[in-house]
Design a protein around this ligand. Structure first.
Ligand SMILES: NC(=O)c1ccc[n+]([C@@H]2O[C@H](COP(=O)([O-])OP(=O)(O)OC[C@H]3O[C@@H](n4cnc5c(N)ncnc54)[C@H](OP(=O)(O)O)[C@@H]3O)[C@@H](O)[C@H]2O)c1
Length: 260
């Protein structure tokens, strides 16, 4: 009997991470799902096991703590993992002068450090596979600074740079790294509320998370280094490169100030 390998997904209890879990389960991947402690990861795990007859292992741990990453890596050391999806990420809209050190650390440790540490710790296992894939989730926000969000886009620019550098470093090995830059997605309550108050064009650019997950996984397997799901989002990424940054920043300042 052929034993299917495991796909590890961070931030898998809701939003895009959950959509990745559902897509991969349909394709008969065994899963390792990570989220913060809550009931939804267990509900999801049971549903996927029953529906697709796959193995699902869950961890409810805070990935911003390095000891939790070490614990997870040790606990799964006997499993064959061939896909790592670094999906977890948080952000927010606040004046930089008003944020706490805890707020800053949460974003930096989760969006950047946890992704790098997990990748570093799992890479030896991935290099042991015949073919292995890493998908890192950045954001369209990676392409330019954003006032009143400052840390989030900077963290996603880091994810982008890290991913592209690592993919090039690993050329000639069996491990491929893609980085995805989704636009807005109606996932958690905060983001959904913000998206619903935006222009028609922004609303038109919104794709269902199931569609984004399917685009990302297909392109990951096709070894695309860069994935920008959706035509409007691709157009927007081109405009971000063409329109002078100073103009973009002053438009964003006016727009985002209204969200505060
Ligand atoms: N939503 C957007 O508009 C948008 C746009 C572009 C890019 N992105 C990126 O896409 C990715 C997914 O975003 P999303 O909106 O789908 O997220 P989401 O709906 O807010 O879900 C977040 C997931 O991460 C888990 N999580 C949060 N903090 C954690 C921690 N410290 N340790 C372990 N797990 C933690 C949550 O677990 P619990 O359920 O247990 O809390 C949940 O499973 C992120 O990297 C985000 O930056 C999002």
């Amino acid at each position: 009997m052929k034993l299917n390998k495991y796909t590890l997904i961070t931030g898998a209890s809701q939003g895009l991470g959950k959509a990745f879990a559902e897509f991969c389960a349909k394709k008969a991947h065994n899963l390792i799902l990570i989220s913060l402690p809550n009931e939804s990861i267990d509900v999801l795990s049971k549903e996927l096991k029953n529906k697709y007859s796959i193995q699902v292992i869950t961890f409810e741990l805070d990935l911003s703590k390095t000891e939790n990453i070490t614990y997870i890596v040790n606990a799964i050391s006997n499993l064959d993992i061939n896909v790592l999806i670094n999906n977890v990420g948080i952000g927010g809209t606040k004046k930089f002068t008003e944020v706490s050190l805890e707020y800053i650390d949460n974003i930096i440790l989760l969006n950047m450090r946890s992704l790098v540490v997990l990748t570093h710790q799992l890479l030896p296992k991935l290099l042991d596979q015949k073919a292995a894939y890493i998908l890192n989730i950045a954001s369209l926000a990676a392409f330019s600074p954003i006032p009143f969000k400052t840390i989030y886009p900077a963290s996603k620019a880091f994810v982008s740079s890290f991913s592209r550098g690592l993919n090039t470093e690993l050329k000639g090995t069996n491990v491929h790294v893609s980085v995805a830059y989704p636009g807005g997605m109606t996932t958690n309550k905060d983001v959904s509320q913000r998206i619903h108050s935006q222009s028609k064009l922004v609303k038109l650019s919104i794709l269902p998370v199931s569609k984004i997950a399917s685009i990302c996984i297909k392109k990951l397997y096709n070894k695309k280094a860069i994935i920008i799901p959706g035509n409007i989002n691709r157009l927007s990424s081109i405009l971000q490169r063409i329109v002078p940054l100073q103009i973009q920043l002053s438009i964003m300042r006016k727009k985002i100030q209204k969200e505060l």
